[in-house]
Design a binder for this molecule. Structure first.
Ligand code: HPA
Length: 296
């Protein structure tokens, strides 16, 4: 019987034999995933959407859905996090062809950087030109409260990893990608006008990501506030960096699920995060739809 680690090592070895290691590790595996998805007659998506914790219900709104469980797609990392369904849903939303990731994998689940970026590489190869990422966050900014939606306009990568480490695949993007406008400026304006039309209050904020899985300490949150962060989470940055690397324009909307550690005396619980996100799913869906109408 082979263990998971042994299987992983075998995959890496095979890829090395194929001259497809490091940054190229993904290329061959991505091709296999693309072939598999192509055989299911999925349409070419224009927009990739990542639904974070508790927001999975938005995928139910997709019209003419073709649903593929992550576990069926060769090499696709399977989500273990509570509140993530683990399915890729192709179809249309507001007449825009979309590929919706109902759940994502996180670094804290133990995945390698190649695995973390794999879904974005596949969506990029499928031809998406836009990534719309959502997530749950803790509110660091003392003016934020649970339920607030935040359009992310910049981030601080405090995860201790960069998903672009490894041999660079020039076909996907440059070795040193620029990150000045990692969240597309035009999309930010579209998000804000979409929110205004829908009468959904929205803020602009800086997202900081820690690796997790433990929540931050109050001292870490005070540090993050001094550094200029408004919200804190454990995801999104690897995906957005990868999208940028592939010249896929990115927008990210975070839902403040809880006050960050130490803002209030109460302890943090994951269930609180899920409950807040379930409550926010309707306004997130309205915002997403209004955004899609603008880019269509
Ligand atoms: N910290 C990190 N990630 C999170 C939080 C938090 O407070 N809330 C939701 N995701």
């Amino acid at each position: 019987m082979t263990t998971i680690i042994q299987e992983r090592e075998m995959t890496v070895m095979t890829d090395q034999v194929n001259g497809d290691s490091a940054g190229g590790y993904g290329a061959m595996n991505v091709t296999e995933a693309l072939t598999f998805i192509g055989e299911r007659a999925a349409p070419r998506p224009r927009v990739g959407i990542i639904l974070g914790s508790g927001l999975g219900s938005i995928a139910d709104a997709v019209e003419h859905p073709v649903v593929i469980p992550y576990a069926d797609i060769p090499h696709w990392p399977v989500t273990t996090a509570q509140g993530h369904a683990g399915r890729l849903v192709f179809g249309e939303l507001e007449d825009v062809s979309v590929a919706v990731m109902q759940g994502r994998v996180h670094y804290y689940e133990g995945y390698s950087v190649e695995e973390l970026t794999f879904p974005i590489r596949v969506l990029g190869e499928l031809g998406i030109s836009t990534l719309f990422a959502t997530n749950a966050s803790g509110g660091i900014n003392l003016g934020y409260k649970p339920g607030d939606l935040v359009a992310v306009y910049d981030h601080i990568n405090f995860m201790g990893i960069n998903p672009l480490v490894g041999r660079n695949n020039e076909k996907w993007g440059p070795r040193f990608p620029d990150m000045t406008y990692v969240y597309d400026r035009e999309y930010l304006e579209m998000l804000e006008s979409a929110a205004m039309e829908e009468k959904i209050p929205i803020r602009r904020g800086v997202y900081i990501a820690f690796s997790g899985p433990s929540f931050e300490t109050p001292a870490e949150i005070r540090m993050a506030r001094v550094l200029g962060a408004d919200i804190v989470g454990m995801s999104t940055i690897p995906e957005v960096l990868t999208a940028n690397h592939m010249s896929v324009r990115a927008a990210a909307v975070s839902c403040v699920a809880n006050f960050a550690a130490g803002v209030k005396p109460e302890k943090l619980h994951h269930q609180e995060v899920l409950d807040s996100m379930t409550r926010a799913a309707r306004s997130m869906e309205r915002l997403l739809r209004a955004f899609l109408r603008k880019i269509s």
